[in-house]
Ligand binder design. Structure first.
Ligand SMILES: [Zn+2]
Length: 114
């Protein structure tokens, strides 16, 4: 919570401020711990929300490009074909089901990926 955190310099072992880029004792550059350990955090709720707006979009957000495009394409294809045989309401209902499926799938993927 404060700037009081410290670490040991891997080069000379001196205790130095955690945020220090260069060791004040030996002058060696410090490894950037945060950048190495921290992965880009994908928010689950964003992936779900995007999937509800546009099927497959949540997958693109999660980096699952192919899967997202597949879901989007299938949704579109089914929607077009269904539009020939079913009423507008029925097609919209199918679209809703696809959106829910897409959102659920994005949710599971997001949880797996962490
Ligand atoms: Zn040092």
């Amino acid at each position: 919570m404060s700037g009081e955190r410290t670490k040991f310099c891997p080069h000379c072992g001196a205790m130095i401020p955690y945020d220090e880029t260069y060791c004040p004792a030996c002058g060696e550059s410090q490894p950037v711990l945060e950048a190495v350990t921290r992965r880009p955090v994908k928010k689950t709720w964003i992936a779900v929300l995007l999937s509800l707006l546009v099927t497959g979009l949540g997958h693109l957000y999660l980096g699952r490009r192919r899967r997202g495009l597949t879901i989007f394409t299938v949704t579109l294809a089914v929607g077009v074909v269904a539009g020939l045989y079913f009423t507008y309401d029925q097609v919209m209902f199918m679209g809703l089901l696809f959106a829910l499926f897409s959102a659920y799938d994005a949710y599971l993927l997001s949880r797996v990926q962490g």
